[in-house]
Design a protein around this ligand. Structure first.
Ligand code: SAM
Length: 258
């Protein structure tokens, strides 16, 4: 167990890291430790854990974004972009006017993304930063995406406010995240699979059950579809909606900065 979990002085603001209570100020450091450890096996584990489903969900996000073809300039900011899945798919779909910035707080995840992109992906840059304090001017992007990233952020309201700020008026917000399963039976099966099998798979493939236990527990701590939709609206977005994917295992949330 991390020292942060064992030695919690009382009185400091608390939050959760997976199922464990932690000081708010310690949480991002713990999250960063997780991603530093899983980065080398991140892409392989995604395929194994989801049976490839994450690829379909990410394709759904790009379909919903429907980036312009041709020379129309279109700038995407992919926050918590990790090893680049969303940005690579976007650049493959968009015309020559498309460019993407992958922003992630983890140097290890960015390094893994850079290695994947090397010599293959053009019109792409990487920036290491926290979603809660983006180092970009206001109104500088046409679209903001965040896939399986926002539940790792300590102050989700700040990240949403930053998403709103960096989007130009008319810009699109899209968020893919694990959500609350909406089908009886599937929810029981999914609970059993995720809480037991995924940490075991993490131990086997990445040598790290704890990291994958956090990833699964953090899904349970994340607000359900309706609550998260309310948070997006509170950040100022319009025409906010969501679509359940695979019975609500994941949900695709979207909104517009008008
Ligand atoms: N978007 C990628 C994907 O869908 O495959 C990566 C998702 S991965 C589960 C979560 C990512 O969020 C990690 O790369 C992690 O470093 C990043 N992250 C966690 N907290 C963050 C924060 N506060 N700001 C920016 N990125 C963050």
């Amino acid at each position: 167990m991390s020292e942060h979990l064992k030695n919690r002085p009382s009185g400091a603001p608390e939050t959760s890291f997976g199922f464990a209570p932690v000081e708010e100020s310690a949480r991002q450091g713990l999250v960063n430790e997780v991603f530093a450890r899983v980065a080398p096996r991140y892409d392989l584990m995604n395929d194994l854990m989801s049976g490839g489903l994450h690829r379909l969900w990410k394709a759904d996000l790009i379909d919903a974004l429907n980036p312009p073809k041709g020379a129309v300039p279109f700038a995407l900011l992919d926050v918590a972009g990790g090893t680049g899945d969303i940005a690579f798919r976007f650049l493959a779909e968009a015309g020559e006017g498309g460019r993407a910035v992958i922003c992630d707080i983890s140097a290890a995840m960015i390094e893994a993304g850079r290695a994947r992109a090397a010599g293959k992906v053009q019109r792409l840059s990487f920036v290491q930063a926290n979603a809660e304090a983006l180092p970009f001017p206001s109104a500088s992007f046409d679209a903001y995406t965040i896939a399986f990233g926002i539940r790792n952020v300590t102050h989700i309201d700040k990240a949403l406010a930053e998403a709103f700020r960096v989007l130009r008026p008319g810009g699109r917000f899209l968020c893919l995240e694990f959500s609350s399963v909406q089908m009886p039976l599937l929810d029981t099966l999914y609970d059993a699979y995720s809480l037991n099998a995924i940490p075991r798979l993490g131990a086997l493939v990445a040598g790290d059950a704890e990291a994958y236990r956090y990833l699964v527990e953090s899904i349970r701590r994340f607000p359900d579809q309706e609550s998260f939709m309310g948070m997006i609206e509170d950040a100022g977005f319009d025409r906010v909606r969501y679509r359940n994917l695979t019975g609500g295992i994941a949900a695709l949330h979207s909104g517009w900065r008008l």
